[in-house]
Design a protein around this ligand. Sequence first.
Ligand SMILES: C[S@@+](CC[C@H](N)C(=O)[O-])C[C@H]1O[C@@H](n2cnc3c(N)ncnc32)[C@H](O)[C@@H]1O
Length: 204
Amino acid sequence: MKTRTQKSIQLFNFWSSVYDSPLSRWFFEHYYNKVESHLTDLAHKHLLSVGCGTGTLEIRLAKRFPTATIVGVDLSEKMLQRANTKKGELTNIIFSRAVSEELDLYDNQFDYSVCIHSFHHYQDQLASLKEFARVLRPGGTLFLLDGLKDEWLGRVHLKMNMLLYEPDVLYHKKKKLTTMLKQAGFNRIDIERLDPVYSIFICQ
Ligand SMILES: C[S@@+](CC[C@H](N)C(=O)[O-])C[C@H]1O[C@@H](n2cnc3c(N)ncnc32)[C@H](O)[C@@H]1O
């Protein structure tokens, strides 16, 4: 039987060709803007994006903050190929292959990490959160954007997603995800509700 990780690789290698289509961009753009609105002081800072996909937000941030260093990791080679093509000549951004549970990165390296629309795909979510905490420097901040099952509209939307194209994913309620974040070592957790489905967990 395939693991959730193997299914994600298959799913996103398949989706990579249409991931930057106008319809998909229309959906994701709103969420990129919401996360970006928190990242106003990236100059000379280090940012990690886990599950960066084709790197749209990450490339935008690298252009906006030329002195920032941005690392995007993803497990889908094909999503990363797109990201690398899109980044062109930019030198302050690197995309590489890694799985969230085993980030091949030093401890205490990043000022910020972001994880956008990706967490529900992770095989071992707690191990991934521990990795996020390990690579953040003390006082660093994680922005984790994902769907929540607290509101009925959220549950219906996420169920539809699962029925249509993401059968093997794992979403939580606010309380459960907060508990996991605390177990991973984050002490301060603020939640920004974006709509009935999606929220950003801002964690230190
Ligand atoms: C819906 S896409 C989101 C991409 C990007 N963050 C965005 O918002 O456009 C989810 C991404 O997470 C990646 N992914 C899924 N499981 C992963 C894991 N365990 N480790 C790293 N990346 C993963 C997938 O390959 C995919 O590119």
